[in-house]
Ligand binder design. Structure first.
Ligand SMILES: Cc1ncc(C[n+]2csc(CCOP(=O)(O)OP(=O)(O)O)c2C)c(N)n1
Ligand SMILES: [Mg+2]
Length: 349
């Protein structure tokens, strides 16, 4: 393990745990029916976000994808406004109009979008403004590896390289884009693709916050001062909630007996029905679906959980971890009590 000051380690833990506990709270609210629609969490990505954000200074901008909660929490957005936004309340960060996928803070230069790949153009715009104003600021784009097949993200890489813009591109690679394994729909090697634009790029273990912290520690100062050029990080991670809360692939592994009929019934029907494609093709498709369900189980493993890993690697800090956890838990619980009060008083849209 690399040497890092205890203060830095505790700060990273605090950032990661604050985000994790907030998302666990959001999960409870979603399960209780207070949050409408899909809910994409960033659980499993905390090490990537904390490792990057701990190097940012005021005036740096962040553009993120549909998993916006961790960066917004860690960058210090007002948590009451954030939670009310996720609940669709008019007192929310974006007046309850954006929901969890379309968050925005003008004050903190933070934006998120559900349009896959769009964090690239947003970050390029932020970086162009920083360069035009001759500040030392940079912009960060967070996106998944599925976005690397989106034209607008590739155009952003090109523009950032051609115009020498200080954009840190951070690809959070979990190898899944909803129910598609990204490696099956991606040509070539991602890092080679990025290097083809003339951008320096490296791959790291995104479940280890110290690795992320160290990778960014050398990259960002150079981007700020001398080169002003973009940099690309591919950080591997796992989402153990799958694509979104209630992910059907993972639901099967969590409650196989209950879900067995719901999965096998329609599959059997698709093979046995009178009309349709050739029987061998139907069987091949069903086999593919079953193999995807089997592979999705990997996401449930705790071994890639950045928080568990950090706690294990830093057992000597256990007492401080306990203190941090309990103060964040009471703070968040009070926040939720306040929010439930507001909702009961005024109702949710
Ligand atoms: C432009 C666009 N195309 C498709 C979608 C539907 N969609 C939502 S999330 C997602 C998968 C994204 O995968 P990845 O970028 O790897 O992010 P992850 O969900 O794995 O974090 C897709 C295809 C979308 N929101 N926007
Ligand atoms: Mg992905």
């Amino acid at each position: 393990m690399i040497f890092m000051k205890e203060r830095t380690l505790l700060k990273l833990y605090e950032l990661m745990y604050r985000s994790r506990f907030m998302e666990e709270t959001i999960t409870r609210l979603w399960n209780d029916g207070h949050i409408y629609g899909e809910m994409h969490l960033g659980i499993g990505e905390e090490a990537i976000i904390a490792g990057v954000l701990s190097h940012l200074i005021p005036g740096d901008a962040i553009a993120t994808d549909h998993r916006g909660t961790p960066p917004f929490v860690m960058r210090g957005v007002d948590l009451e406004a954030l939670l009310l936004e996720i609940l669709g309340h008019p007192k929310g960060l974006c007046l309850g109009m954006g929901g969890h996928m379309h968050l925005f803070s003008q004050e903190l230069l933070l934006t998120s979008s559900g349009i896959v790949g769009s964090s690239g153009p947003s970050a390029v715009g932020f970086a162009l403004a920083a360069k035009y104003r001759k500040t030392n600021n940079i912009a960060v784009a967070f996106f998944g590896e599925g976005s690397m097949n989106q034209g607008m993200l590739l155009e952003s890489l090109n523009l950032a390289a051609a115009m020498s813009l200080p954009v840190l591109f951070v690809c959070k690679d979990n190898n899944w884009a909803i129910t598609t394994q990204s490696s099956e729909v991606t040509g070539g090697v991602l890092l080679d693709r990025v290097r083809g634009f003339g951008i320096e790029a490296r791959e790291i273990d995104g479940s280890d916050v110290t690795t992320v912290w160290q990778a960014v520690e050398t990259a960002i100062p150079r981007m700020r001062k001398s080169t002003k050029s973009p940099y690309f990080i591919q950080a591997n991670c796992t989402h153990n909630e799958g694509h979104f809360l209630g992910d059907p692939l993972l639901r099967f592994h969590r409650a196989p007996r209950k879900e067995f009929g719901a999965v096998t019934g329609p599959l059997m029907k698709s093979v046995l029905q009178y009309k349709g494609g050739r029987i061998d093709k139907r069987i091949r498709s069903v086999t593919k679906v079953l193999s995807l369900i089997a592979k999705s189980r990997m996401q449930l493993s705790d071994s890639k959980d950045p928080l568990l890993r950090f706690e294990k690697d830093n057992r000597d800090l256990e007492d401080q971890f306990t203190q941090i956890k309990s103060s964040i838990q009471s703070e968040t619980n009070l926040l939720v009590e306040r929010i439930m009060g507001i909702i009961q008083e005024e109702g949710v849209l």
